[in-house]
Design a protein around this ligand. Sequence first.
Ligand SMILES: C[S@@+](CC[C@H](N)C(=O)[O-])C[C@H]1O[C@@H](n2cnc3c(N)ncnc32)[C@H](O)[C@@H]1O
Length: 258
Amino acid sequence: MEYPMLERYVLDEYKMNLNAYKSKQLTRRVNSFMSRSGAKNEADFVKMLKGDCALSKKFKDYLTINVSEFFRNKDMFLQLEESIKKYLAPDKNSLKIWSAACSIGAEPYTLGIIMDKLTPNKKHSILATDIDTTILETAKKGIYTKNDVKNVDDYLIKKYFTVDGEKYIIKDEIKNRVTFKRHDLILDKYETGFDLIVCRNVVIYFTQEAKNKIFQKFYQAMKPGALLFIGATENIYNYREIGFEKASTFIYRKPGGN
Ligand SMILES: C[S@@+](CC[C@H](N)C(=O)[O-])C[C@H]1O[C@@H](n2cnc3c(N)ncnc32)[C@H](O)[C@@H]1O
């Protein structure tokens, strides 16, 4: 991006490394935010951010783009459910699952619902991470709107949510299955031993180089036989080079295992 002062501010204040984000797309977005906030130039904008907490928070939210929902691209989640049954034997194994860049929590709770459906009495671990601590607090609360749950079947709403007026509150039996933590996919170390990693609709904002590194680190973080589930507009063009095989259109598998 062409704004070094702003990059510095974002790294210091939000701990985000904008070098890894696609430059053109990011510059366009930043320009649009700057002109809407009335800043004359980069220096002026950084000064405004430093002096105005609310504006700074708004800018951070704008940069991180937290859009999400339960069962996002529902058909793909059905495919995922089939692949979990086929490859991961969830009735026999206790699975270690990671929802990376989980935003408001809709994604890890969707995984919680799927696992409860598949193996009601089994405890699998679900780690949910995001770079944005504010969004993690929202995720932990587990309170959603009708729009967030529009892809959830009625019988699942009845079973897994408490409906209170306009609010859809995820029940503790699902909530307790998920552990939330801050994690930056670019800068932080990755845990290991995962059976399933779900990372959707975040790497689209990263440069090819950053994406490559992330997919390689996912590979290292996965057990033999584990699955990686990515977003509907994404693909890992060099998946063979990394070592993956394809399990279905948006699901990659690390060879080996049972
Ligand atoms: C569009 S949301 C995707 C949410 C969910 N995975 C889904 O597909 O519905 C993108 C999320 O990525 C997070 N994010 C952005 N940069 C990140 C980074 N470097 N490391 C971890 N999370 C990041 C944002 O905070 C945001 O919550």
